[in-house]
Design a protein around this ligand. Sequence first.
Ligand code: ADP
Length: 481
Amino acid sequence: MAYTDFLKQQCYIDGAWVDADSGATFEVTDPGSGAVLGTVPKMGADETARAIDAAEAALPAWRAKTAGERSKLMRKLFELMMQHQDDLGELLTREQGKPLAEGKGEIAYGASFIEWFAEEGKRAYGDTIPGHAPDRRIVVIKQGVGVVAAITPWNFPNAMITRKLGPALAAGCTIVIKPASATPYSALAIARLCEMAGIPKGVVNVVTGSAGQIGSALTSSPKVAKLTFTGSTEIGRDLLRECAETIKKCSMELGGNAPFLVFDDADVDAAIEGAMISKFRNGGQTCVCTNRFYVQDGVYDEFVTKLAARVNGMKVGYGMDEGTTVGPLIDEKAVEKVEEHLKNALDGGAKVLAGGQRNERGGSFFNPTVISGVTPDMQLAREETFGPLAGVIRFTDEAEAIRMANDTEFGLASYFYASDLSRVWRVAEALEAGMVGINTGLISTEVAPFGGVKQSGLGREGSHYGLDDYMEVKYLCMGIK
Ligand code: ADP
């Protein structure tokens, strides 16, 4: 097979491949080559309403299956995803831009959520609670929330869907997915795989098109019990507001502004490894990417010199080309944001140690960049850059570093490198973040709870906590004689 076998140019509603009512479509472009990959339907409120109806109609039978029966279908979906990992990875790279190795890696990461939740669904245990009176018995059961709406971003076109789809299916929910318009093909490929796995019609639906119209149709529908969203804090806030009308359960994975602290007692070479992966993976376009480096006086010079040397060795290129370690950014707007943050830092006195400009390939390619002499008031320390720009801030003492790290409305990921055990505990407990990488720059895994505090979001994805977010707790109070 080839990646084109998974390039579906129609939406998937109620088990059928369909066009927009109007026949309208929009083009999907490869950000690396500029080539048009194809088109997808430009759907709106009417088609979304039909997808919701299909999900509602499919709910009773899906919910009535045993967790084991659902698990078998999900296992099949996982196996198909892994069987076609190369083609799906290529499709993902072509629509998103990341290097092929990362594209294939994302398919395995995405599939892992399906596998994990297929198993975890069988363990959605309830509780028995000693009764509060001699003639009462208390039992707590968990039930799927119902129809779920998922709105997902372009930076992980597969995995941001599967970590919502996995727990939804395992919990006995049905789902309507609205993928990012830049990367709809990976979402439609997932629908195709669900079809191949034998997941009943209506259980999984994918609608592409106008974000505003589809979004409003999903958030305003009383038939949708839950909205799960990954994207910017700004859009998340709007969606939460829209969901207030029908009091939906909401999971929100929003923006981050991850700090990365390196203390004098750190293993600097290990910190460089962690910095590379946490900053430059996916070209800096992940919500857990390091956005601000804080390095203590004693190791500052060594850290910036070594980081710049490593970054100078990175290979910017087309995602499909052998050896590429950094692909293009998603679009021109993304490059402009990196340029703006860079200029703001340089105007304030920061110095370029590596990169510092667009790549000669043109398009949305930007050279990975390291700058020193960054100060906390600069734009790149305050806002999410979402690009391959590493700015390093110097600090003297631990309390100062923690204060700066926490001086943000975001609280998704954080990272630090240190070896003193007492410091490790102190800093881990003090960082205001949902996730802390300690002496590691890679924290994402299906077995751990991913999510943010403060304005980085609500809820957790992955792990047994991620299943709870798709289930309601029901308390049964039994009176006995
Ligand atoms: P980013 O593009 O930075 O990942 P966004 O929050 O802009 O983050 O987009 C994330 C997802 O939200 C995408 O699928 C996008 O199409 C969708 N989206 C954007 N605006 C709206 C909106 N007003 N209503 C519903 N969904 C939206």
